[in-house]
Design a protein around this ligand. Structure first.
Ligand SMILES: [Fe+2]
Length: 259
């Protein structure tokens, strides 16, 4: 049966190239969301409101990861997800600020006052974005290919698209963080995340040596995809596509409120 090895491997690679193109299409659509594409033209108070609403989604990041971890059964996937979750709380002693504290510090540097922070409440659309995220994760956990769907969701919703969002926001906030003192970048949250969450490799060429959160998860997602293909044709790809489309819809619905 050794002669079947090469064509199968080629088929799997072709499948990954196809999924990669599909994913890049979704990324491009998100980048062109009118609010994100027009971020530099948004009135100042709308930009502040956007950042304050986006903060609530960030606050829901860790419970979302926890829920997915609850439902994951794949040991390797669990290992990757646990490490990423713990990186949100750096240091073993509890003395270092969490990534969410870094976010609030970035907001302060951007001129958001404590009063504005205190007065801010999630809008209906923001609340929906959060509850729909938990719903989508729970739903993923109920499918036969739950591990593939859960890891696909964590990667695309929690890493790839986050990096796309912050890259857009950076077009506006970048000068505020890098201006002044010797060109030093003072952002502790938005800029580091736009770098370490980014997709830097095609799904077809991702390796375990890639170190962004997106690429670490991609290494396991592509393994699970290969396994699903072996069992029953295109089912793995279908779950992947459906999950990414739903994740994108969640994200765009959140930004629609600022249009
Ligand atoms: Fe991340």
């Amino acid at each position: 049966m050794h002669d079947l090895g090469a064509p199968d491997a080629k088929g799997a690679k072709d499948g990954l190239h196809e999924l990669d193109g599909f994913e890049n299409g979704l990324i491009a659509r998100f980048e062109e969301h009118p609010v994100l594409a027009g971020i530099t033209r948004l009135p100042e108070e709308d930009f502040t409101a956007l950042l304050l609403q986006r903060r609530f989604v960030s606050l829901a990041f860790t419970p979302s990861y926890d829920l997915a971890i609850d439902l994951l059964r794949d040991e390797e996937g669990l290992r990757i997800a646990r490490i990423i979750l713990r990186e949100e709380y750096p240091g073993a002693t509890g003395h270092a600020p969490s990534h969410r504290e870094d976010m609030t510090e970035d907001l302060r540097l951007l001129g958001v006052s404590r009063e504005a922070l205190v007065a801010s409440r999630p809008t209906a659309a923001t609340r929906r974005a959060i509850t729909d995220t938990l719903e989508l994760i729970a739903d993923a956990g109920g499918h036969a290919d739950s591990d593939l769907r859960l890891l696909t969701f964590l990667r695309f919703w929690g890493e790839v698209l986050v990096s796309v969002e912050y890259a857009r926001l950076w077009e506006r906030m970048g000068p505020l963080f890098t201006g002044g003192g010797g060109g030093r970048n003072r952002s502790r949250f938005y800029h580091p995340h736009l770098v370490h969450d980014a997709k830097t490799h095609s799904l077809a060429t991702v390796s375990l040596l890639s170190d962004t959160h997106s690429d670490r998860l991609a290494a396991r997602v592509t393994e699970l995809l290969g396994r699903a293909e072996g069992v029953d044709g295109a089912s793995g790809a279908a779950g992947f596509r459906e999950t990414e489309e739903r994740a994108l819809r969640l994200k765009t619905a959140f930004y629609d409120q600022f249009g």
